[in-house]
Every structure is written in structure tokens, then in C-alpha cells.
Design a protein around this ligand. Sequence first.
Ligand SMILES: [Zn+2]
Length: 186
Amino acid sequence: MYGKLTAICGPMFAGKTTELLKRILWARNGEGKEVLVLKTAFDNRYSDTELVSHDGLSAGAKAISRFSDVTGLAHEAQMVCLDEVQFFAGMDIDVVVFVSDLLHNGRDVVVAGLDTNWKGEPFPATAMLMAMADEVIKLTAHCSVCGQPAFKSFKKVQDDEEIRLGHSDIYEARCNRHWVRLTDAG
Ligand SMILES: [Zn+2]
């Protein structure tokens, strides 16, 4: 049996981790499934052993820096979840290869992450997994200027780093009208 791939994506502040946590908690507690939750050791903003959402949901998780450390665990699980999937690029095993292997072995996979960076450019890992997904859930945030649905992450700090860990100190969500590439704004 081939597993199902679900991709949850959108800008920052769209509730992606909350949506992922709802699915994890339902699978674990409602359906009694064995669920492996992965995050990158790089993203240690909140916790190393838990996945935590801004609204207080949490679930046990493993922070990893190499996929090869959890290949066995992943194959024992019925469902494998990856949060902030864009950060899994550049690991020892390509994230698309890791996910494909699980799907071929009948594991369901749910990934959540940013679809684009603050420049509006797709994150390759998220883009590939969205294309492969059986179900894509695109979430929106609220524009910090006008409150309308926001599709983009806006970086308030002027630098050219593509990935910079941070939260509302550095980023906010913007609708297309109020999202401006800082490089274009000059
Ligand atoms: Zn707006």
C-alpha cells in the first residue's frame, strides 16, 4: 500500500504548525496511530523534544540533524510528520527521497512549511513535496496592514539572508498589495 502525502503550507502566522498538531493529536489520541514527529535541530526556538504552536498545542517530537538517525524509527511509525519542512533541505538524505521512501513503504506523511521565502521565491523542498502531495492545504494569515488574507511573509529587517530564524520581531504576514520586496523598494 502506498502512503498518503499531505502538504500544509502558507506564509508565517498562518497556523501551519497548529494544523499539523491537530492532525498529530488526532492520529495519536483519536486513532491510536504510531506517529513520528520530526523537526530540525537547527530550529530550536521553542523546544527540542516537543512541537509547540503559538496557541499552546504541543506534541512530542524529535529534533534531528540527519535523517539517517531516524530511518528505522520512521519505518516503525504509521505516520511521519515534518514541521518547517523547508529547513530539512541539505540534510544527509534529500528530504524528497526520504519522504518518497516512506510513501513507497506505506507510511502516511504530513509536511508543514513555508511555501515561499520573504522574497516570494519558492522553497524547493516545499515546492517539490506540494507537487507530489495527494492533498495540499494552503493556509493564509491576516495582513498586518489591512487584515485581509495574507499570502506572503514580509521581513521587517533589512538584510539579504534567505533563512533567518525569528518571529514577529523580524517577520509579519502581508497581503499581495502590502507585500513589497524590500529589494524592489530600493
Ligand atoms: Zn494588506
